[in-house]
Design a binder for this molecule. Structure first.
Ligand code: ATP
Ligand code: SF4
Length: 323
């Protein structure tokens, strides 16, 4: 059973579409990988497989081996070269040097790597979706993984039922199923849908590792004022109501949108070099009035606000999985 190689399986769920499940999944995967974990991402959003785009590897294709599919490698295990931080140089002291961070391997499986054409619509009835999800769980030859993150479609559909039926069938997979990260946006209409997802977790016995509130305010890069575009605080209240951990709020980050639009892989914290792309230093970090972190940054190749939050989230999820 290919899942035997996996230590922890984490589901990323939401009752509502477009709240940022795939964004949180890919950023969480990158952050865990940066902590040296080997990570796999399984995209079971069959009608909207967007994970390849978030990783900037839309053109890739899975390879077929005798025992099943070989997932697409986002990057291999590597040791990042030493980099110089500009902070010291800017204030007249010696530049700081950061030495060789070990980055864990990251691989990915999605229907997007199998469809003949990227724009093809997937118009499948329930049984075909059920069979596809089962095949993703039984026929992908994952390498040894610390974490498999499963990005799901919104709601509680055929894909979710098939996922849990297949996972819960084997005792080993039940033990491996660490729980779910539930993503919401703050406004009431999203919350009421996401509550259904929490009820789904209760009914199916899936542990909720925590709730993430995404798009919680836009922090102005000019004046650090936080504008609560989609209301405020709904995710935290919902987590309290359901007695599950609240993992925190991620503000809207225009740099993140830009990177996804341009097909650039949003990636690691400052000063690191991945895939030959040097990431530019930030100028400073300040706390906005609402306590959301905002970075004033020069030209930058990663989404700083999003990236830093998810790096913290990765630590939090790992601690909860271990508990
Ligand atoms: N914190 C954020 N700041 C800025 N843009 C964001 C943020 N979170 C998500 N986005 C953007 O919002 C859009 C929707 O995000 P995403 O695809 O991750 O949502 P989803 O819940 O996975 O959607 P679906 O329901 O289609 O699976 C994307 O264009 C993404 O780049
Ligand atoms: S909040 Fe920021 S973006 Fe909005 S008007 Fe003020 S300075 Fe401009």
């Amino acid at each position: 059973m290919p899942l035997e190689n996996i230590s922890h399986i984490v589901l990323v769920l939401s009752g509502k579409g477009g709240v940022g499940k795939s964004s949180i999944t890919t950023q969480l995967a990158l952050a865990l990988s940066l902590q040296g974990k080997s990570v796999g991402v399984l995209d079971i959003d069959l009608t909207g497989p967007s994970i390849p785009r978030f990783f900037g590897i839309e053109q890739s294709r899975v390879k077929q081996a005798p025992g099943g599919w070989i997932p697409v490698e986002v990057h291999a295990e590597q040791t990042l070269p030493a980099t110089q931080h500009a902070d010291g140089a800017a204030n007249g002291t010696a530049p700081q040097q950061s030495y060789g961070t070990r980055v864990g391997a990251l691989s990915c499986m999605s229907l997007g790597f199998i469809l003949p054409n990227r724009g093809d619509a997937v118009i499948w009835r329930g049984p075909k979706k059920t069979a596809m999800v089962r095949q993703f769980l039984t026929d992908v030859l994952w390498p040894e993984l610390d974490f498999l993150l499963v990005d799901t479609p919104p709601g509680t559909s055929d894909e979710h039922i098939s996922l849990l039926e297949t996972l819960l069938k084997t005792t080993a997979a039940t033990a491996q199923l660490a729980g779910a990260v539930v993503v919401t946006t703050p406004q009431a209409i999203a919350i009421s849908d996401v509550k259904k997802e929490l009820n789904f977790c209760t009914k199916t016995g899936v542990r909720v590792l925590g709730v993430v509130e995404n798009m919680a305010g836009f922090v102005c890069p000019n004046c650090s004022e936080c504008c609560n575009v989609f209301s405020k605080g709904g995710g935290e209240v919902m987590a309290k109501d359901f007695n599950v951990p609240f993992l925190g709020s991620v503000p809207i980050d225009p740099a993140f949108v830009m990177l996804v639009e341009e097909g650039v892989r949003p990636t690691y914290p400052k000063g690191t070099v991945v895939g030959g792309k040097a990431l530019v230093e930030r100028e400073e970090s300040v706390e906005s009035k609402d306590g959301l972190l905002v970075d004033k940054y020069r030209e930058c190749s990663l989404a700083p606000v999003f990236g830093e939050f998810v790096a913290r989230l990765a630590g939090d999820v790992e601690a909860r999985v271990a508990a």
